[in-house]
Ligand binder design. Structure first.
Ligand code: PLP
Length: 440
């Protein structure tokens, strides 16, 4: 970890830095994993992901023996002696004081996410964007430089492009598949590299271990948005990333019924993100944490179903005469090889494909699907389809779209957990209808 490097942001000279902010930079302070309660369920670290999903972190209420974690619908907690000491000694993150600072339901779901990402500590936030904004601003400072790519979720790109300079951060964009471009972009002021493990919508997979070693060499933090892969597919911290972020709105919650986000990493770095979160205020409400905890119990089994469906549809589309190209991590190729070198169990439901007939045909396809729903978002149990050109990537110019390879007729599909044969039938029907439309 490069916490004492020159490029590291410092809070000590931040105007108005208070006591609890100063201990964040105290490198001698011992930091433990967590926060956790003595009744938080701890599972053997050798346990497999499906087991961790079900059990890790559960608040095992000693008074009732409840099997599930209770919901702590409270904003504040009766002061104990420790609470006063915690303000002075810098462990307020470890004592429930006020729910914006920490709540048992937050801790419970954070422990589960930390176990799945093999992280010392995790945070849950109100959205994926809250996680990204809070992390980038916490771990860089004024005059700092960030390296990223055009192949990013639209909201992240827009944050980097429109807002970061307002906060005094500069940003360079590189092609993360060209490893040397990452290294060349590093400046003395570079503090962080921010990339997605699998990109939207072309499913480009980065060589995570290679990028991580460049970052280590230059004392730069590597922050990975792992939304598309989920911790079931890949745990970026195990391959050298410093921070892993999720839009929990997608696979982690998995039912298209909740907006949330997460950040995981070493306790030292996550403590810093937490201090920023206290000020930005986008913590996750306890009831939402409870719902996220419940969803995570089925993450491993859901990912298996997404994997099965996406594999079948990849096979179907790649043989279809009206489909020009399929972008899927399940197809043999460079991206697949890069991913398979470090992904422990590749299981995502996302793929994209180019239909013959360009954007007009792609729009017709959406109209003729009866089962697969045209909607933005991904990672839910229901299959969703969207066109990047008029949704996620509409903020890019046509030139930028071409630069990253967004061709006409590109359709993004998030395969749900329905029976794959029904999904193939739906696609077959809609593709046939496009042909009819164009013949009329
Ligand atoms: C959806 C998404 C986000 C933003 O998450 P929200 O929960 O909508 O704020 C960030 N990154 C990726 C890769 C996403 O797919």
């Amino acid at each position: 970890m490069n916490d004492d490097g020159n490029s590291q942001p410092s809070f000590n000279n931040a105007p108005g830095a208070g006591e609890h902010v100063r201990w964040l930079n105290d490198l001698s302070r011992e930091r433990q994993a967590g926060p956790a309660f003595s009744c938080s369920r701890q599972i053997n670290t050798d346990a497999r992901p499906a087991t961790l999903c079900v059990h890790s972190g559960t608040y095992e209420d000693p008074n009732t023996g409840a099997v599930g974690s209770p919901l702590f619908a409270t904003t504040t907690f009766r002061f104990c002696e420790d609470a006063f000491d915690s303000f002075l000694d810098g462990f307020i993150r470890d004592i429930p004081i006020y729910s914006r600072y920490g709540n048992p339901n937050q801790w419970t779901v954070q422990l589960k996410i930390a176990a799945l990402e093999k992280a010392q500590s995790a945070l849950v936030l109100a959205s994926g964007m809250a996680a990204i904004t809070t992390t980038l601003l916490a771990l860089t400072n004024r005059n700092g430089h960030i390296i990223s790519s055009y192949d990013l979720y639209g909201g992240s790109y827009s944050l980097l492009r429109s807002d970061m300079h307002q906060f005094g951060r500069t940003v360079s964009y590189v092609d993360p598949l060209d490893i040397s471009s990452v290294e060349q972009a590093i400046q003395p002021e570079t503090q962080a590299v921010f990339l997605e493990s699998l990109s939207n919508p072309l499913m480009k997979a980065i060589d995570l271990p290679a990028i991580a070693s460049i970052c280590k060499r230059h004392d730069v933090l590597l922050i990975i948005d792992n939304t598309f892969l989920s911790p079931i597919s890949c745990q970026p911290l195990q391959h050298g990333a410093d921070i892993v972020i999720h839009s929990g709105t997608k696979y982690l919650s998995g039912h298209s019924d909740q907006t949330c986000g997460s950040v995981a990493g070493s306790r030292k770095l996550v403590d810093r993100v937490w201090a920023q979160l206290l000020k930005f205020g986008a913590m996750l409400d306890p009831a939402q944490c409870h719902l996220l905890e419940r969803s995570l119990k089925t993450l491993a089994i859901r990912m298996k179903a997404h994997q099965e469906g996406a594999k079948r549809i990849t096979e179907f589309l790649s043989r279809h005469p009206q489909v020009k190209k399929v972008h899927s991590p399940y197809l043999e190729g460079d991206d697949n090889h890069r991913l398979m070198a470090y992904a422990q169990n590749l299981s995502t439901g996302i793929l994209s494909f180019e239909v013959e007939g360009g954007n007009t045909a792609a729009l017709q396809l959406l109209n003729h699907l009866t089962l697969i729903t045209p909607a933005t978002s991904l990672g839910g149990v229901e299959s969703l389809v969207s066109l990047p050109f008029n949704t996620s990537h509409s903020g890019l110019t046509t030139y930028q779209q071409e630069q990253i390879g967004l061709n006409l007729g590109l359709v993004r599909l998030s395969v749900g957990i329905e029976d794959p044969e029904d999904l193939c039938q739906d696609l077959q029907y809609a593709l046939t209808q496009i042909r009819r439309d164009s013949e009329i």
